[in-house]
Write a protein that binds this ligand. Structure first.
Ligand SMILES: C[S@@+](CC[C@H](N)C(=O)[O-])C[C@H]1O[C@@H](n2cnc3c(N)ncnc32)[C@H](O)[C@@H]1O
Length: 637
């Protein structure tokens, strides 16, 4: 077999492909590229597409997929070579299908191009290294025309904080074009912006605020000439504005980067947005505007410190514009082709959530209706469960500001558990978080009500090959952000003893967690003093018992019921008390355990103790785990 060796690298022996371990689940469909080849969409951390033994594309981290210019990727063995020579790290499988397409599905792919040889979380080949003509964009025949070469050097004269920053490059990935009805087409676009920051290689946290992105229709050439002339007057160009939903989900998209994600001063960021367009438009234009760069974030201080300083007004705002705008145009008519998309439902919540949650099946014929459950945005309470009376709450007015005076903050060790940054993020996981409730004097915008605001990220339910339905995010989710509450019917656990199979029960075991009894993984963070006081009052032997209450999402639930287990999860379970303070009936909210890139599956650790699930026949039930994590425990229960 012909071998292709990357420049400067030695070709290594190609091991058996069968030895590759199956990982990951994001599989997607193929389409025709402009060259007429069959290609597939490659999302972050997801899929490699191979056509007739020819690797068409691979992509890494959250940048758009593209052919890499340095490697004449012609065959699967070259891919394997890259892996063997430690330039490309993937954990995936190559499936030889009946042809003509071979798909390699990977959970993670990291190309160590121009890097030190160590594995890094995000180290992608840069788009700027690739000639314009060789950059395919996936999913459709989307033609990207870059009208503004961005990047360049915004100097800061202050020696302490000198930096050059700019948008180095950007990519655009049109994921779905779905005919919603005769008129509307739902367009789902990923925009990836590659930000380059020079001068501060050890920046602890750097934030690029993302201002806006939307699709417009009109004549792209007009747009371009207007903007080339220096105006940023896209809105004035006579184009038809789109349905309001076009920008609805976009504001949450603060771009953010941690040092682990920075390589060579190169911060790679992405965000995605769903846009709604008019099916009759002859083209769509995506405008991605990067916003201001806040010099504070270049200072070597912790994020919390920044927040505090800002709140106290000690720091002057020092913001500046990066070269702000990147344009992408799609010159061809949007062709809606629902059969390619596998979309079974446009919104599983039937309009209950602020943001639609579509259901996609690209892997088999399983219909969604078969799951038979009713969507509910909020917890329902079984008739035989009495909720405790609402707690007194705090006496703050408007927003809770002073943690020492706010009665709810005092229950959290006199700290607010959240920072406002990025729409509210938990500072650190705790045994129980006390939020403000109905009797508090503060309003809905209070910092201490962050988990009460519903789902703020674009989520998608999708079908996996081996784990049924699953949930992924289309947005970047910052670490510590609340993602969704586990919703279902609040029941007494003993009622379910007779039920043989129910995969959707969440036992409310905050107390077990606090006391460190084996069960759901103990979450980091100290037990608060106030909580300890309360725990002491719990009757002896309580903790040996099964949790008294559970949330049963079998027939009624929200998107959380589709979130699968992983032994290496990206979400964690946080118990929250807001209206009352009874631990046995705490709310269960899933939070981001780390920053999550668009298109990653969301998972949490179900934390079943081994052999804890007993069938009605009295036999221990065993469910193998297919999460694919390196340290997978192999059994869900
Ligand atoms: C709460 S449901 C999750 C949604 C479910 N996949 C579905 O299709 O509705 C939990 C069930 O999903 C499956 N599941 C979740 N994570 C899994 C994993 N890592 N490995 C195998 N099966 C898993 C198991 O059948 C489990 O009982």
């Amino acid at each position: 077999m012909e071998k292709h060796t990357p420049p400067g690298k030695i070709a290594l022996k190609v091991p058996e492909i069968e030895n590759w371990r199956p990982r990951g689940t994001v599989a997607t469909t193929g389409e025709k590229s402009e060259e007429g080849e069959e290609v597939g969409r490659l999302c972050c951390d997801s899929t490699l597409f191979v056509h007739s033994q020819k690797l068409l594309a691979f992509g890494f981290s959250s940048i758009s997929p593209f052919f890499h210019p340095h490697y004449p990727l012609k065959s699967i063995d070259l891919l394997q070579n890259l892996m063997d020579s430690k330039q490309l790290f993937t954990d995936g499988e190559i499936q030889s299908q009946a042809s003509p397409t071979t798909t390699a599905r990977v959970k993670r792919a990291v190309l160590l191009d121009k890097c030190s040889g160590q594995r890094q979380r995000r180290c992608s080949p840069r788009l700027k290294d690739i000639p314009q003509s060789k950059r395919p964009y996936y999913g459709t025949s989307l033609k990207v025309s870059r009208q503004q070469q961005l990047l360049h050097q915004q100097h800061h004269n202050d020696d302490d904080h000198a930096f050059h920053a700019g948008v180095q490059d950007a990519g655009c990935n049109l994921n779905h074009v779905i005919q919603v009805n005769d008129v509307d087409v739902d367009v789902d676009v990923n925009v990836n912006v590659n930000v380059n920051v020079n001068g501060e290689p050890t920046i602890p946290a750097t934030k690029l605020e993302y201002k806006s992105a939307y699709v417009e229709k009109g004549d792209p050439l007009d747009e371009i000439s207007q903007n080339a002339a220096g105006g940023d007057s896209v809105n004035d160009s006579g184009t038809t504005s789109l349905d309001d939903t076009s920008s609805a989900g976009n504001e949450a998209g603060d771009l953010q980067c941690t040092p682990a994600e920075a390589s060579n001063n190169n911060l790679l960021q992405s965000y995605s947005l769903s846009l709604r367009g008019d099916g009759k438009s002859s083209h769509a234009m995506v405008k991605a505007t990067t916003g201001t760069f806040d010099a504070h974030h270049l200072q070597p201080v912790q994020g919390e410190q920044i927040m505090q300083n800002k709140e106290e007004g000690n720091l002057q705002n020092d913001t500046r514009d990066l070269n702000p705008t990147v344009f992408f145009t799609k010159k061809h008519t949007l062709v809606a082709s629902p059969k390619l998309r596998g979309m079974l439902l446009v919104d599983i919540s039937g309009g209950q959530e602020e943001i639609k949650i579509p259901v996609i099946n690209l892997v088999d014929d399983t219909p969604f209706a078969a799951t038979g459950f009713t969507y509910s945005r909020s917890i329902q309470v079984a008739e035989n469960v009495d909720l405790p009376p609402n707690a007194d709450g705090c006496r703050c007015k408007g927003n809770c500001i002073h943690p020492k005076f706010c009665a709810c903050a005092r229950l959290n060790d006199s700290k607010f558990p959240y920072v406002r940054h990025n729409g509210g993020r938990l500072r650190k996981a705790k045994d129980v978080v006390f939020e403000c409730g109905p009797n508090c004097g503060c309003g809905p915008d209070c910092i201490n009500r962050i988990s009460q605001r519903g789902i703020k990220y674009q989520l998608e339910v999708f079908r996996t090959l081996d784990r049924g339905w699953a949930v992924r995010t289309k947005d970047f989710i910052p670490s510590g952000a609340p993602v969704c509450e586990y919703v279902g019917i609040l029941r007494r656990t003993d009622e379910l003893d007779k039920v043989d199979v129910n995969d959707y029960i969440f036992e409310i075991d905050c107390l077990h967690t606090i006391k460190g009894i084996e069960g759901r993984e103990r979450r980091f963070g100290a037990v608060s003093a106030s909580l300890c006081d309360n725990i002491e009052k719990i009757e002896d032997g309580y903790l040996e018992k099964t949790p008294e209450f559970c949330i049963d999402a079998n027939h009624i639930g929200n998107v959380s019921r589709f979130v699968n287990h992983s032994c290496e999860p990206n979400l964690f379970v946080q118990c929250i008390l807001s209206s009352h303070h009874d631990f046995r009936l705490a709310r269960i909210v899933l939070f981001a355990a780390r920053s999550i890139s668009p298109w990653q599956e969301l998972t949490y650790d179900y934390g079943y103790p081994l052999d804890s699930v007993i069938g009605s026949d009295g036999e221990v039930k065993v469910q193998p785990c297919y999460c694919g994590a390196e340290d997978c425990r192999k059994r869900l229960y």
